[in-house]
Design a protein around this ligand. Structure first.
Ligand code: FEO
Length: 172
């Protein structure tokens, strides 16, 4: 496997596991303030991020590369509000989008069409991730300080289910 590509993909495994770690920390924060629906939603988000890491992990193996797992940085543990959590989610997803685009640029410059093709799933996924975070921020802005609105949204978030196809690598 091309060494530069192998390193970039290994870095992305680390970034995706960090995303899972960050969202699990956000889940713990929501638990601590009694928003159990948001906590459940974040827990599922974390599981999806782990499945993203696994996609890169599997791809490195399939291409005969070497997987090098590294230490994961500790995520923040406190936020000022629900809206601030989702503002951080959006910022984080924008950063992940730029990481993915940088690997696409590398794959194109190295004429690695297989890696570019694999990455296109992530390019589309990042559009979804950013749109979801923006949508939630807009809803939270509408709700403002209305406790009832937050309670209703928490109930809605609590019914999110993990799609079992995620771990078969068939969806995000
Ligand atoms: Fe794996 Fe939320 O990007």
């Amino acid at each position: 496997m091309n060494e530069k590509i192998e390193k970039a993909l290994n870095d992305q495994v680390n970034a995706e596991i960090y995303s899972a770690y960050l969202y699990l920390s956000m889940s713990a924060y929501f638990q601590s303030i009694g928003l159990t629906g948001f906590a459940k939603w974040m827990e599922i988000q974390a599981a999806e991020e782990f499945s993203h890491a696994k996609r890169f992990y599997d791809y490195i193996f399939h291409k005969g590369g070497k997987l090098k797992l590294r230490a994961i940085d500790g995520p923040p543990v406190e936020w000022k509000s629900t809206e601030q959590v989702f503002t951080d989610v959006l910022k984080h997803e924008e950063k992940v989008t730029s990481l993915i685009h940088t690997i696409v640029d590398l794959a194109l410059s190295e004429k690695d069409h297989a890696t570019n093709n694999m990455l296109q799933w992530f390019v589309a996924e990042q559009v979804e991730e950013e749109a979801t975070a923006t949508d939630i921020i807009n809803k939270l802005k509408l709700i403002g300080n209305d406790g009832n609105g937050l309670f209703m949204l928490d109930k809605e978030f609590g019914v999110r289910l993990l799609n079992p196809l995620v771990f078969q690598g068939l969806t995000g």
